[in-house]
Design a protein. Structure first.
Length: 430
């Protein structure tokens, strides 16, 4: 029988004359009785007679049939077959005959929604006209001099996405031309393929913009402690890309102005056809442990009481492993071994970094800190109990709220927080 699990996963996207209802209504179902991929397709409707097939024959050569199955892994254990034998005998020879013609194009690809979104984004990045059209239907994150717009509802802060039509109205209220919207940069798209953009309103008076938008432009570092994790990565990407464009207005070789393409995926010096692409700087971040404690440090620029893992830029010619060894030696005078990769994360400060996170152990008997005061304000060892208390806090604490634990750690979505959480969990008894 037809399984409800897979019904509706086949989508016929028709270009040219449309198949008659009896031949064009299809559904897919599956079973797992075979080791081979098995997909059951049958016509839905009471008739699939000669008349319907003949009526469709002329248009099939110009028809693009796209079978979209969602995630590939969800179809494991299914094999192709057509249940309705009478339809199979009439339709399959017709399909095969038309598929061999040059005018017929067919895509029968198992594609995940992620792949389709990435392909859509690539098209918007490379095709100026497609991206310009997307600007009329997209959603926008708004900034002012690289500070994102936040809105507060009760005790919760959010970074709102405004629609294109809302943004046009906002620009009119701020006495700005509609063309201002083309200064946006493409930063992603939703599961439903709605393109997402970021726009900086820095040319507009801040107070006036906040009044119209009913929100506040907040420094990004502070915003990270006010928002939950779902908003932070997109804001990080958006600010990084906006800042990159602001620092690459001129060609470093010719001195002439560069021009942004519509999506903001590159800038071009038209005099020499030199293309500049946004770049990130590799940065290692490492949580050093002696087995019973882990080492956290702080810089003068950190929020009061905040400690984090050691971090530093990779030098030209170094591997990331070599960077870990050097940074730990430079900053706290320790030698480490047993490096273990954890994760990576984009970080917008100071100018878009790729944080590459590690755990590391100090060599036995070497846990005395020799602090480099030109790099750090303080560094100390913390045990699992103290870090467990710090991990319980969901936001930045005030001095009064800190109580007996006079320090805090980076917000939950930060990769430094992840390193600390991983280490603390490993210290728990099995």
């Amino acid at each position: 029988m037809i399984s409800d699990k897979w019904e509706g996963l086949v989508n016929f996207s028709l270009q040219g004359p449309i198949l008659p209802p009896a031949a064009s209504r299809w559904q897919v179902a599956g079973s797992s009785g075979s080791a081979l991929p098995r997909v059951t397709v049958r016509a839905r409707g009471s008739r699939c007679g000669n008349r319907g097939i003949r009526g469709a024959e002329g248009g099939l050569a110009q028809t693009l049939i796209l079978l979209f199955f969602g995630a590939l892994e969800s179809l494991e254990g299914l094999e192709s077959q057509i249940q309705n034998r009478s339809c199979k005998e009439k339709i399959m020879p017709l399909f095969l005959r038309n598929f061999s013609t040059p005018t017929m194009q067919m895509s029968c690809r198992l594609v995940s929604n992620y792949v389709s979104r990435m392909r859509h984004l690539l098209e918007l990045k490379e095709d100026d006209e497609a991206c310009r059209k997307a600007l009329t239907s997209g959603a926008f994150l708004l900034f002012h001099s690289f500070s994102p717009l936040l809105q507060r509802s009760e005790n919760k802060y959010t970074a709102p996405l405004v629609t294109a039509s809302e943004l046009n109205g906002i620009l009119q209220n701020l006495n700005q031309k509609e063309k201002y919207i083309e200064e946006s940069v493409l930063i992603g798209c939703t599961e439903n393929h709605v393109p997402q953009f970021a726009l900086d309103l820095g040319r507009i008076e801040k107070v006036k913009a906040e009044s119209v938008l009913k929100g506040t432009f907040v420094d990004l570092r502070k915003a990270f402690f006010l928002l939950d994790g779902k908003d932070a990565p997109l804001l990080s990407q958006a600010q990084g890309l906006l800042r990159w464009h602001s620092t690459h207005l001129y060609c470093s070789r010719t001195g002439h102005p560069t021009q942004k393409n519509v999506s903001g995926s590159k800038r071009v010096c038209s005099t020499e056809e030199i293309i500049y692409y946004p770049q990130v700087s590799p940065v290692i971040i490492v949580l050093v442990s002696d087995g019973a404690q882990c080492l956290l440090a702080r810089q003068e620029s950190f929020p009061p009481g905040m400690y984090s893992a050691l971090a530093g830029f990779c030098d030209i010619g170094e591997t990331v492993e070599e960077s870990v060894h050097r940074e730990v030696a430079e900053e706290v005078g320790l030698e480490v071994s047993s490096l273990e990769y954890s994760a990576s994360q984009h970080w917008p400060f100071p100018n878009s970094s790729l944080m590459i996170a590690f755990h590391a152990l100090v060599k036995p008997g070497q846990n005395k800190i020799d602090l480099n005061l030109s790099e750090l304000e303080d560094a100390r060892w913390f045990d699992a109990e103290a870090l467990t208390e710090a991990l319980k806090r969901k936001r930045m604490s005030t001095r009064k709220e800190m109580g007996d634990v006079p320090f805090c750690i980076p917000p939950p979505w930060a990769v430094a927080h992840q390193l600390i959480k991983e280490w603390t969990q490993r210290q728990q008894p099995c």
